[in-house]
Write a protein that binds this ligand. Structure first.
Ligand code: MG
Length: 302
């Protein structure tokens, strides 16, 4: 029996029919933010309420604590130099892990006011760092430190890591969350989980057309809406298909927005990333656990 559901034959070509979903580790309170670190042959991911980053060593499958406390990390990404970039709920900042082991601050204020609680992050090919800043990490003491928003809104920001310049690039979302670029970086996809705060809001991923380094004005389309829980974190493969979290499965959408496949997961899915030496292993964070499934898909640039 296959562990994937083919809704369109295009998805069959992206999967390995007999590959089994594996639960690699369990014991988190809310697993999030997976990132593959090739040089360390490892996957790092967050266990937000436990204020720790965990590490799966691919060479022997062992899991250990990488950082604890860590400032309630959530999303992670890798920059072009291979450094890990982190969203910190507790530190209310974007930080980066330097080769000497220090986490340095890249951004923590917008127009003099503290960020809410950076949630998820992606690095563009020009080196700019794009992240979402909803309030989940300051709504309670569970995933950070309870506080009120100084900014009073939840934006998507672009950060120039060299100058520290922070620009609010998307200001029309309620709770921007997961984000990713299309392979040619002509589209920025952003999930909005605002229905957690405003009942009745669409639970959707929106597609913003890019104009060079910026989001083109008035260019937003609804890419997909979620019927099961929320779209939280997601990634795009090199062919432009979008692999996203939802309540009970990884859902896969073709570039035009049609759902082509589904990978049932026995817990609430929060996020995912491609990893492994061939980048063909989908690592999935879901509630208490880290899962993995070999697929026939790869991230952009691979
Ligand atoms: Mg998220």
């Amino acid at each position: 029996m296959s562990d994937v559901e083919i809704l369109d034959e295009r998805f069959a070509a992206l999967t390995i029919g007999h590959a089994k979903l594996e639960r690699l580790w369990t014991g988190c309170r809310w697993a999030e933010g997976p990132v593959y670190v090739p040089a360390a042959k490892s996957v790092l991911w967050s266990d937000i309420p436990n204020d720790r980053v965990l590490r799966l060593d691919e060479t022997d499958g062992s899991v250990s604590v990488f950082e604890n406390p860590c400032g309630y990390h959530n999303g992670h990404a890798l920059d072009a130099a291979g450094r890990v970039v982190a969203c910190e709920h507790g530190g209310r900042r974007i930080s980066r892990l330097e080769p000497d082991g220090r986490w340095v601050t890249l951004a923590e204020r917008y127009k003099g006011k503290r960020l809410n609680s950076p949630n998820d992050v992606v690095v563009k090919s020009d080196g700019s760092i794009w992240f979402s800043d909803p309030t989940y990490g300051i709504d309670s003491h569970y995933e950070g430190h309870a506080a009120s928003s100084e900014i009073g809104a939840c934006h998507v920001y672009r950060l120039d890591p060299d100058t520290g310049t922070l620009t609010a690039v998307i200001t029309d979302r309620v709770c921007p969350n997961g984000l990713a670029f299309s392979p040619d970086e002509s589209i920025l996809y952003v999930a909005d989980t605002g229905a957690s705060h405003v009942p009745g809001l669409p639970k959707a991923i929106y597609a913003y057309r890019m104009d060079g380094h910026d989001v083109a004005g008035g260019s937003v389309n609804t890419f997909a809406t979620c019927d099961a829980g929320f779209f939280d974190g997601f990634r795009v493969d090199r062919a432009g298909n979008l692999w996203t979290s939802s309540a009970d499965a990884v859902l896969v959408y073709a570039p035009e927005g049609k759902q082509i496949g589904r990978i049932p997961i026995p817990e609430i899915v929060s996020n995912l990333c491609f990893g492994g030496p061939k980048r063909n292993r989908l690592y999935i964070t879901a509630q208490t656990s880290l899962y993995a499934l070999y697929v026939n898909a790869h991230p952009p640039g691979w």
